[in-house]
Design a protein around this ligand. Structure first.
Ligand code: ACO
Length: 330
């Protein structure tokens, strides 16, 4: 079974409550109808019920199976505001400020999760990544023992000889602009867990650079060398190697030439890029020029699953992301 089909089967079994924070957005409403019909999750739409009713009536969309919550009037506002004040007391957040910011569905959604009223959230069809992430980072925060939230893409290739049965995992393509060596190590460790949990992949992690095993000398190369060492210390069971160039990571002959004896070189299925610039540009190159399907960004390291959509997303991207978010919620 293809990876996305496996994810959808599991989502149907889990029946998690997933918040669609942009509940008055057309693609989101069309996706909600599909999710309800395909029983992929229990859908919670945030937004003004009259606006939702108007749009769905005009467009012939049926979301009667969804729970609709208006962040501006919901009875739980006071409870959530008190929780927010408690979480942000060191930042001096007042109850009035908390109540005002709860009008924003991008704040209300994470607070529903924090209060146990939902299992996951997606947004980003009409909001920038930073605006989706900031409230999630501030209120839902990271998993115990994790300090860095990052984002992975599952790159799906028609050619099943690529990576793991046609799947390569790329990180961090979405969040940390310039991770330091410790943060890069943490991204590698977390990505290995995500690759296993979502796709059942046994990770072989390449820590990418413009140098392979000392072929170039530069502080940026040292960062990747040190990150690889730290990742090994964080999880001695990891199959990880670096620093290495992309061809050494993926092409058997080049890998054995540039990094002889490496268990990862030439066979990597998880690629950890040295920073957000190379990762974000890299996944888009592979998507646009190699025709790979890019599933993500799947955010990892957060205490509960909150995922960000691209503003260019399609209805089916939203449906897929709801299924993935539900899988992450477990
Ligand atoms: N992991 C965990 N916590 C984090 C992280 C992280 N990666 N980044 C920030 N935080 C925390 C901060 O510690 C802070 O916590 P506090 O308020 O409790 O002290 C809070 O989140 C807010 O952080 P700020 O630094 O004030 O917020 P900032 O404006 O820097 O936003 C953000 C953080 C949104 C993640 C920023 O780094 C960003 O915009 N990253 C790039 C996102 C992006 O544009 N990606 C490319 C597009 S996505 C795509 O193409 C697939």
């Amino acid at each position: 079974m293809e990876l996305l089909d496996q994810i959808k089967v599991r989502a149907r079994q889990l029946q998690n409550r997933i918040v669609l924070a942009e509940g008055t957005e057309l693609r989101t409403l069309k996706a909600a109808e599909i999710i309800i019909n395909e029983k992929l999750a229990r859908v919670i739409l945030l937004g003004n019920p009259e606006t939702i009713e108007e749009i769905t009536f005009k467009e012939g969309i049926n979301v009667s199976g969804a729970e609709i919550i208006d962040p501006a009037t919901d009875e739980k506002r006071q409870q959530y505001a008190e929780m927010m004040v408690e979480i942000r007391k060191s930042k001096g957040l007042t109850i009035q400020e908390a109540l005002a910011s709860l009008n924003d569905p991008l704040v209300f959604g994470p607070m529903m999760i924090k209060a146990g009223d939902a299992d996951g959230e997606i947004a980003g069809a009409i909001n920038a990544t930073g605006d989706v992430l900031r409230p999630a980072l501030q209120y839902v925060k990271t998993l115990p023992g994790v300090s860095v939230v990052s984002g992975v893409f599952f790159m799906l290739f028609k050619d099943k000889s690529v990576g793991d049965n046609g799947v390569l995992v790329f990180a961090d393509c979405a969040v940390m602009p310039d991770p330091d060596e410790r943060q890069l190590a943490e991204i590698a460790v977390t990505t290995a867990k995500t690759a296993k949990a979502i796709a059942g992949i046994e990770p072989r992690i390449a820590m990418l650079s413009f140098s392979t095993k000392g072929s170039a000398k530069h502080p940026l190369v040292n960062k990747v060398v040190n990150a690889t060492q730290i990742a090994r210390e964080m999880d001695p069971t990891l199959l990880i190697d670096g620093e290495m160039q992309l061809d050494a990571a993926l092409v058997e002959a080049v890998g054995q030439l540039k990094s002889p004896g490496s268990k990862v070189a030439g066979r990597a299925n998880v690629l950890v890029f040295p920073g957000l610039e190379s990762a974000n540009i890299g996944y888009k190159l592979v998507q646009r020029l190699a025709g790979a399907e890019a599933i993500g960004p799947i955010l990892q390291g957060m205490a509960a699953p909150i995922n960000d959509l691209s503003r260019g997303c399609s209805v089916s991207d939203i449906v897929n992301m709801v299924a993935i978010t539900s899988n992450q919620a477990g």
